[in-house]
Design a protein around this ligand. Structure first.
Ligand SMILES: [Zn+2]
Length: 379
């Protein structure tokens, strides 16, 4: 499989083999394999090993400090049934994928598929669930992963965290069928939810839908767009009320896509609503999964005619922004050239900052800078 390094949270280290997730034999064998890695969460948040560690906690069936085998043994008989629900089992489990490996003892399925299986496992145990809260004691001693830790992780681990977090967030929140209100239970390695309504007299437009009777995890698309003049000499950045360490953060504008809207129209709409600028020349640059909670940031650049009309800033429509300004790209090039690679980018002439390299906004701003340099013949 092609592997693209991508944006922060956007590194795809696993082969998701999505077509194997509905094969119960595959799920059972991956769950029991000695090489399988489990990324543990407790009540929706991942863990670091010990209180001071900065490393994401991972488990195998061999680890003595937290015995995963009894957990797997309790889950095996209830897979694909109502007892698999966290309210009964105490666990949400989701298959993430296979990681390619040259080691001899990796998981092998048929002649075509091999690697180290990865699962995310989220414990919602109580004293009434199959897996008991008292079983979790060693995990409860671990520190929780907060945002500061996440953004210090390497991109491969951060992306694994993001992948796990988005599935587990969905499994934890969607407990009842949106068609009939019955309980739902996870199937296909925790990547689909099935309506538990067995009463054929009670209509359910999820269970009885012609195409499928399952619910899938959601991803919320957000457009994020850098607005530049067509000669790339100026870029419009905006600030909300947010400050970072007493400095003012200017960034690209962003907003949720709406139903029945193209990415291009969503960008043009957000640009006009938030800044008053008229822009219909939209190009996709790159995208970024963003696990707060389940967004996909669709990064674009919008090019504007600097004709004194289309490029006029008017904040009176939506009133979401505190300020928007046209900046000389030349000055931003200088700031990015001095950037160390971590934290926010500092602007030389004032207390203004821009988002750092973990944010797609940085890459969109840098895209405009690179185009400017190219037009100046320096790249
Ligand atoms: Zn239903």
């Amino acid at each position: 499989m092609a592997r693209m390094s991508g944006t922060f949270f956007g590194y795809e280290a696993l082969n998701r083999v999505s077509f194997l997730r509905n094969d119960l034999e595959f799920v059972k064998r991956t769950l029991q394999h000695r090489s399988t890695v489990f990324v543990p969460f407790v009540r929706g948040e991942a863990l670091v090993r010990g209180q001071e560690s900065r490393e994401l906690c991972m488990l195998t069936l061999q680890d003595a400090w937290f015995p995963m085998k009894p957990v797997v043994d309790k889950l095996m008989p209830v897979l694909n049934s109502e007892e698999a629900r966290a309210a009964v089992s105490g666990v949400n489990l989701t298959f993430l994928g296979l990681r390619s490996s040259d080691e001899d003892d990796v998981f092998q399925y048929g002649s075509s598929y091999s690697g180290i299986p990865y699962y995310a496992v989220d414990f919602w145990a109580s004293d009434r669930t199959l897996v008991r809260e008292s079983d979790l004691e060693p995990l409860l001693q671990c520190g929780r992963v907060d945002r500061k830790v996440v953004f210090e992780l390497g991109n491969e681990t951060a992306s694994l965290y993001s992948h796990a977090k988005m599935y587990l967030d969905w499994l934890a929140k969607y407990n009842f069928c949106p068609g009939c209100g019955s309980v739902m239970f996870p199937v296909d390695g925790g990547t689909k939810m099935q309506c538990g309504n067995r009463d054929s007299n009670v209509h359910c437009n999820v269970r009885d839908a012609r195409v499928n009777n399952v619910c899938f995890p959601r991803t919320d698309p957000v457009v994020i767009v850098a607005i530049a003049t067509k000669d790339f000499k100026r870029i419009c950045l905006a600030r909300s009320g947010r400050t970072v360490h007493d400095t003012v953060l200017y960034s690209t504008i962003a907003g949720f896509m709406e139903p029945a809207e193209t990415v291009e129209h969503a960008c043009s709409r957000e640009i006009w609503e938030e800044t008053g600028i008229r822009c219909n020349d939209i190009t996709l640059v790159s995208t970024q999964p963003w696990p707060y909670p389940v967004n996909l940031m669709i990064g674009c650049v919008g090019l504007v005619d600097a004709n004194g009309v289309d490029d006029q800033i008017d904040l009176s429509h939506d009133k979401e922004l505190m300020d928007a300004q046209w900046f000389d790209v030349e000055e931003i090039v200088e700031a990015i050239d001095r950037y160390s690679g971590s934290g926010v980018v500092k602007f030389s002439r004032s207390d203004i900052t821009f988002p750092g390299s973990t944010a797609i906004a940085f890459h969109l701003i840098k895209f405009v800078c690179d185009r400017y340099k190219r037009s100046m013949g320096s790249l």
